[in-house]
Design a protein around this ligand. Structure first.
Ligand code: FEO
Length: 162
């Protein structure tokens, strides 16, 4: 049985993962309009991945005997000035999510909830990858400064994401 404090933190993170999905879908839609379809594809797939992250919390809460409580998902912004601005925000957002996961881990340790610590360890590892991916794309975009045509090469590469 989940402690109420843990259940509440897991439900909040379920919401945060769904918000991440919503944010990346909004970014994807922005790239569709520019149009940089490769960026759009990468973010659309990322949005689907965030949905899966949310469902991992959903399933765990139920399996651990807790109650899923769905809250309102905030509306993300819908316009950005550049690809660089979008991916700087993706990277900052992933760093924020890492902090949220770490906070729940701190709580699970304080509450001696070993099962939740085990569950969260997957996300601790995942966040290393999520930050690295976002940081790499930020670096690739920075390299196109002064040679905007190169952005199409980055766009082509991102569009190959499976
Ligand atoms: Fe679910 Fe991108 O962290």
């Amino acid at each position: 049985m989940l402690k109420k404090s843990i259940e509440s933190a897991l439900n909040k993170q379920l919401n945060a993962e769904l918000y991440s999905s919503y944010l990346y879908l909004s970014m994807s839609a922005f790239f569709e309009t520019i149009p940089l379809k490769g960026f759009a594809r990468w973010l659309r797939l990322q949005a689907a991945e965030e949905q899966e992250h949310g469902m991992k919390f959903y399933d765990y809460i139920i399996e651990a005997g807790g109650t899923v409580t769905l809250a309102q998902i905030a509306a993300p912004k819908s316009a950005w000035k550049s690809a660089k601005e979008v991916f700087d925000e993706v990277y900052a957002h992933e760093q924020k999510v890492t902090g949220l996961i770490n906070n729940i881990m701190d709580l699970a340790v304080a509450e001696k909830d070993y099962a939740t610590q085990q569950f969260l360890s997957w996300f601790v590892t995942e966040q290393v990858e999520e930050e690295a991916n976002a940081s790499d794309i930020c670096a690739q975009i920075r390299m196109t400064e002064g040679a905007p045509g190169q952005l199409f090469a980055v766009n082509r590469e991102l569009g190959m994401r499976e």
